[in-house]
Design a protein around this ligand. Structure first.
Ligand code: NAD
Ligand code: MG
Length: 400
């Protein structure tokens, strides 16, 4: 078997680490072409020494210089590059078969798009890229013949519950699927008193009960904007209208999502909450391989619960639905406003319960337009960030 050569975007992050763990278990199937990170030089150095990629890219050019010096001193032959153009380059290189898109946020858009345009197997964790520019990304996949496989556990579950031969971006209804059940854990504040939401600290928000993830997606899970982004993601991946998707609270995170069929069947994918399962699934697809994940023990699992999410507790869900209704660049605006809000919350500059207000004000203040080109999408992203930062400044001035 020819080894698959992989580029891992965001290798120092939570998904990146899980991907390397899975890849290291299958040295006969995979070899690492490139690893990339933003500026965590220490972790990247350790990864280069362990996995010996052909190329390592640091998003921050100064970090690339520092990595280059350290690797040279250690006698490691990995070529070091820096900056966005280098990130794009390691996605479109002819040697590369598969790209794990696991950069967090809008910074992942250009490299992910490059992988899609160049016909790679795109393992998509970076949901923000799809939320910003679903039309462009799905279009690129269609034109190049790239194979898009979802890594987000819910979307990977839905994909697994669709028939063999199903390709992302195809509508699911011709396959008899009538409804998608998108499960949500409810995050760490599912039962916390609403009156105390203003006092929530970044560390509390990042302590997810079931999943160990990066800080941005952890905050998104706490506000449930993560499910809002996933709603948009599911609409693009499975070509369904939002009305065909039902978000359901499932605190145990064992059922990762479900597909209901017109004959009354509901297919679910279950497993322990460990991202190595969807990662291994997408890496090996259409085959299966071991992932290192502990087998699910149904006998000791206890009850599985399902209920409707409360709108007052999770207003972010409604904001995502509103952006979907507006269409065009509105979801790029939603994403940008959310990124600014989460950053401000993590920096201690915005209260947890003010996150939805900032996003709502931005959605109202920045007009949506058809998202026909990358320039239009990036323009909407920039305007939304500027609007959100002005809103934050105004809040700050009012507070003094
Ligand atoms: P993380 O914060 O742990 O890691 C992010 C990675 O992206 C790091 O390697 C970082 O160096 C890199 N990065 C950040 N900013 C960058 C920039 N400007 N330029 C270049 N590289 C940059 O995040 P994560 O939890 O691994 O999540 C990654 C993506 O996967 C997110 O889009 C998230 O929504 C999605 N996702 C994560 C999980 C999970 O369990 N962690 C589950 C589903 C989906
Ligand atoms: Mg998810």
């Amino acid at each position: 078997m020819n080894k698959q050569q992989i580029t891992i975007l965001g290798s120092t992050g939570s998904i990146g680490l899980s991907t390397l763990d899975v890849v290291a278990r299958q040295p006969e199937r995979f070899s690492v072409y490139a690893l990339t990170a933003y500026r965590n030089v220490e972790r990247m150095e350790a990864q280069c020494l362990q996995y010996r990629p052909r190329v390592a890219v640091m998003g921050e050019p100064e970090a690339a210089e520092s990595l280059r010096d350290r690797l040279a001193a250690a006698g490691c032959e990995t070529e070091v590059r820096g900056g966005m153009e280098a990130l794009v380059e390691v996605c479109r290189a002819p040697e590369v078969d598969a790209v794990m898109a696991a950069i967090v946020g809008a910074a992942g858009l250009l490299p992910t798009l490059a992988a899609a345009e160049h016909g790679k197997r795109v393992l998509l964790a970076n949901k923000e890229a799809l939320v910003m520019s679903g039309a462009l990304l799905m279009d690129a996949v269609g034109r190049s013949g790239a194979r898009l496989l979802p890594i987000d556990s819910e979307h990977n579950a839905i994909f697994q519950c669709l028939p063999n031969g199903y390709t992302c971006a195809d509508p699911v209804s011709p396959h008899g699927a009538s409804r998608i059940w998108l499960t949500a854990s409810g995050g760490p504040f599912r039962e916390r008193s609403l009156e105390t939401f203003g006092e929530i600290t970044p560390d509390e928000a990042c302590a997810h009960p079931n999943w160990d993830m990066g800080r941005k997606i952890s905050v998104d899970s706490a506000t449930m904007m993560n499910k809002g982004l996933e709603l948009v993601e599911a609409c693009w991946l499975f070509a369904v209208p939002p009305s065909s998707i039902q978000v359901v609270l499932h605190p145990q995170s064992i059922v990762h999502s479900m597909v209901a069929y017109e004959d009354g069947s509901v297919l679910a994918q279950m497993g322990n909450p460990d991202m190595r399962t969807p990662i291994a699934h997408a890496l090996a697809w259409p085959e299966r391989m071991s992932s290192g994940v502990q087998a699910l023990d149904l006998l000791s699992m206890g009850a599985l619960e399902f209920s409707e999410p409360c709108e007052t507790r999770y207003p972010a869900l409604r904001l995502a639905q509103r952006a979907l209704e507006k269409g065009g660049t509105a979801t790029a605006v939603l994403n940008a406003a959310n990124e600014v809000a989460v950053e401000a919350f993590l920096a201690g500059e915005l209260a947890f319960d003010a996150i939805p207000a900032l996003i709502e004000a931005t959605l109202e203040g920045v007009e949506a337009e058809p998202a026909g080109t990358l320039e239009v999408v990036l323009g909407a992203d920039a305007r939304a960030r500027a609007h959100a930062r002005d809103w934050l400044d105004m809040r700050r001035r009012e507070a003094v």
